[in-house]
Design a binder for this molecule. Structure first.
Ligand SMILES: [Zn+2]
Length: 203
């Protein structure tokens, strides 16, 4: 499906994105990251069909795992996809100004940032600096699943994705289009071992 068709509805955008992940997993990516691909979209306006918010983890390069090329998706990455105003404003820009209809929040197994939040809450020792801000944004997910739960880390990874999705769905500029069905915000999880992306079911 050409990106312009994928851009028309949230469902089409999601199908295109997941098709890209299947190409990646099957070892048959179609997009190379060379200067020819960059040059092909250098002129004119960009028309991405999705915006992805993921973790900074070096093992989760979003363009690669969805077999995307220059101009197809916008990518934002923070530790454990933590939101702040700059992130929200960037997503608002992509949706409002570029007409993108799909927002995906992608967590991943063994996320170190979520692990840091679990450790901080269990030990009672919060990190200093701006890392504290990141850990404090993840902490509610850890509390929700139970700090002392032996599976707190994997459970909090999923819970934190869901909380991030919920926050974005309620965002000032996104809530209207989301309610109208014009824009979708979905949560998903990346499996480091298999390369597969699985959508988190709606609760
Ligand atoms: Zn991570």
């Amino acid at each position: 499906m050409p990106p312009t068709a994928a851009a028309r509805t949230p469902r089409a955008a999601l199908a295109e994105l997941l098709a890209g992940n299947r190409r990646f997993v099957s070892g048959q990516p179609v997009h190379g990251h060379d200067v020819t691909a960059a040059a092909a979209v250098a002129s004119g306006d960009q028309q991405p069909y999705a915006v992805l918010l993921g973790c900074i983890d070096s093992r989760v390069p979003l363009e690669a795992i969805f077999d995307q090329t220059f101009g197809s998706i916008c990518v934002i990455r923070t530790g454990a996809h933590v939101l702040d105003r700059a992130v929200c404003g960037s997503i608002e820009y992509v949706v409002g100004q570029l007409g993108v209809r799909l927002v995906m929040v992608l967590g991943h197994e063994r996320c170190g940032a979520v692990g840091s939040a679990v450790d901080a809450l269990r030990s009672g020792r919060r990190p200093g600096g701006s890392l504290r801000y990141v850990v404090d944004r993840i902490a509610p997910a850890v509390h929700e699943v139970g700090v002392d739960d032996p599976d707190a880390h994997p459970l909090a990874i999923r819970r934190h994705v869901r909380r991030t999705v919920a926050t974005l769905r309620a965002d000032d500029l996104l809530a209207g289009p989301v309610t109208a069905g014009e824009v979708a915000v979905v949560g998903a999880l990346y499996d480091l071992a298999t390369g597969e992306v699985a959508l988190l079911p709606e609760e």
